[in-house]
Design a protein around this ligand. Structure first.
Ligand SMILES: *Cc1c(COP(=O)(O)O)cnc(C)c1O
Length: 230
């Protein structure tokens, strides 16, 4: 299967899940999670019709960016972001999906303001309460939202999560449901400066469950590019 064929098949399945959950196929943003795939393959995914490209590692992203890999589509940062790398990401990425602390919000806001721009971000939630995993715990989310709402140079566009892999025991969709509930609750609270547009969750093995639970952004790697060889 070529990358374009994989994307065509994914789009069909995404469309079914979207309609099943009362949305239109085009309401779902398909992000190609491109880590470890060279610029030519990222180009293939863009030509194949993904909506955006996501990268995990700053250095790898900058190299591919320099090769023009992302031209024509939004670039998302989806990996763990260290404060000392913020300046290399702000203004290069259209959306930073993995923001999980006041320190990061402050650094991103400072850098964006210095560049005279507003950086769109998602707040990453550690919905499975996993130790050593990125993301804010849900009980700290309101505080982080309030902080982000007051930070110049920042615009929060929604939430992101990477729920734990729990096998096929039916548990994983519950995390997606919990995320959707958080997303709806925050929307209802109407924070100043915060517009909840995106709920980013679901990967190659879970995007159908995620969409059916209310995700409108999925990050898909191996189902587009094939298995990664570390
Ligand atoms: C790699 C990655 C994905 C995609 O994973 P696949 O299982 O290959 O679809 C999604 N989100 C993040 C944050 C990733 O690092």
């Amino acid at each position: 299967m070529t990358i374009a064929e994989n994307i065509r098949m994914l789009r069909e399945k995404i469309a079914v899940a979207a309609v099943k959950s009362g949305r239109k196929p085009e309401d779902i943003t398909l992000v190609a999670a491109s880590k470890m795939n060279p610029a030519e393959r990222v180009r293939e995914a863009i030509l194949g019709g993904v909506d955006a490209v996501g990268e995990n590692r700053v250095q790898e992203m900058l190299e591919k960016h320099g090769l023009g890999a992302y031209e024509g589509k939004p670039l998302h940062f989806i990996g763990h972001l260290q404060s000392n790398k913020v300046r290399q990401v702000v203004g290069v990425c259209d959306l930073i999906e993995s923001v999980d602390s006041e320190t990061l919000v402050a650094e991103i806001g400072k850098r964006a303001s210095a560049l005279g721009l507003t950086q769109d971000i998602l707040l990453e939630v550690n919905i499975g309460r996993e130790e050593n995993k990125s993301g804010v715990l849900r009980e700290n989310l309101d505080k982080l939202l309030e902080y982000a709402a007051q930070t110049p140079g920042i615009r929060v566009r929604g939430l992101m999560a990477i729920p734990p892999i729990t096998g096929n025991n039916g548990k994983k969709p519950n995390y997606f449901d919990e995320m959707y509930k958080l997303y709806v609750d925050i929307t209802a609270k109407k924070y100043d400066n915060i517009s909840m547009h995106f709920l980013s969750m679901g990967m190659s093995d879970s995007y159908i469950d995620a969409i059916e639970a209310g995700a409108n952004m999925v990050r898909i790697g191996s189902a587009i590019f094939g298995a990664r060889h570390y």
